[in-house]
Design a binder for this molecule. Structure first.
Ligand code: AMP
Ligand code: MN
Ligand code: MN
Ligand code: MN
Length: 274
């Protein structure tokens, strides 16, 4: 059994269709998959249809954007009722939020002299949930930067003009949406927030108080010692452990099903719905 509970299709900022992603996951030995596109459920039906061919189990999934203490925090929802009115309203709210944010990002970049960025980014998103990676791609195609990393470093990363996160809901609200619709709320990639362990524990405490019940103990790119630390914190906070690649496409992203193994002492999140 191999679970990958965090990945993206081109319904958000991934590169593959949900069907191609499911085929690739099967090739990599994944037997349980959650497609967790940013703030949208649009890819799940297609993934579920394709998974029948491979006898792969699909768990409903989403990666919500939120803020806690002024920091952007990603919360993965797993195993919820997709048709629950709270979830439906949440997705609609986030879609609107993403669109408004994209307009603001474009205005800010236009002010920096990058004319036509809005039209280009919209064209690249091609109907997907629009996000910073689409702006990054636009900047590359407009020859303002030469690669993704540079686009984030110069224009879109923390503290730069395109880093607009004030519109996202509070983390506690997002956790509420997931729990109300019957799901497990998971803190995504805790290694990505560049927090000290002390700060991370404050985050975990606030998350638990809000009803959060799981963290990603291992993700693509997380190193073994950090993962071990997360396994210990699962015990301390009585969290279930989740795992996922955070795959966005073939190269330079982490591959589907690839991450250091989760410590055996951790109660896996899938025990919740098995
Ligand atoms: P957004 O959800 O629109 O705020 O965009 C965040 C997404 O941008 C993440 O989920 C990653 O896929 C991508 N991303 C963030 N930082 C970088 C980076 N330094 N280089 C490339 N992609 C990044
Ligand atoms: Mn992404
Ligand atoms: Mn994320
Ligand atoms: Mn992700």
């Amino acid at each position: 059994m191999l679970a990958d509970l965090h990945c993206h299709s081109l319904k958000s900022d991934g590169q593959l269709t949900p069907s191609d992603l499911v085929d690739r996951a099967a090739e990599k030995g994944v037997t349980m998959l959650a497609l967790t596109d940013h703030d949208t459920l649009n890819g799940i039906d297609e993934a579920r249809q394709q998974a029948i061919k491979h006898q792969m189990e699909i768990i409903s999934g989403i990666e919500f954007s939120s803020v806690w203490n002024g920091v952007g925090i990603h919360i993965v929802g797993l195993g919820f009722d997709e048709s629950h009115p709270v979830m439906q309203a949440a997705v609609k709210r986030q879609e609107e939020c993403r669109y408004e944010r994209a307009v603001t990002i474009a205005q800010k970049l236009e002010k920096q002299g990058i004319e036509g960025i809005w039209e280009k980014a919209v064209e690249i998103a091609n109907g997907a949930q629009i996000g910073r990676p689409h702006f990054a791609q636009a900047l590359i195609e407009m020859e303002k930067v030469s690669n993704m990393a540079q686009a984030f470093k110069k224009y879109l990363g923390a503290g730069k003009a395109g880093d607009v996160k004030t519109l996202w809901p509070e983390m506690s609200e997002v956790v509420g949406w997931i729990r109300d619709s019957g799901g497990v709320a998971v803190i995504a990639h805790p290694d990505k927030y560049k927090m000290t362990v002390t700060k991370l524990k404050l985050l975990f405490k606030a998350f638990k108080d809000a009803g959060g019940n799981s963290i990603e103990v291992t993700t693509g790119g997380m190193d073994a010692s950090f993962s071990k630390r997360m396994a210990q914190l699962c015990e301390e906070f009585d969290f279930m452990g989740s795992q996922g690649s955070d795959f966005h496409g073939p190269r330079p992203w982490s591959e589907l099903g690839k991450f250091v193994p989760m410590a055996k002492t951790v109660k896996p999140v899938w025990s919740h719905w098995q």
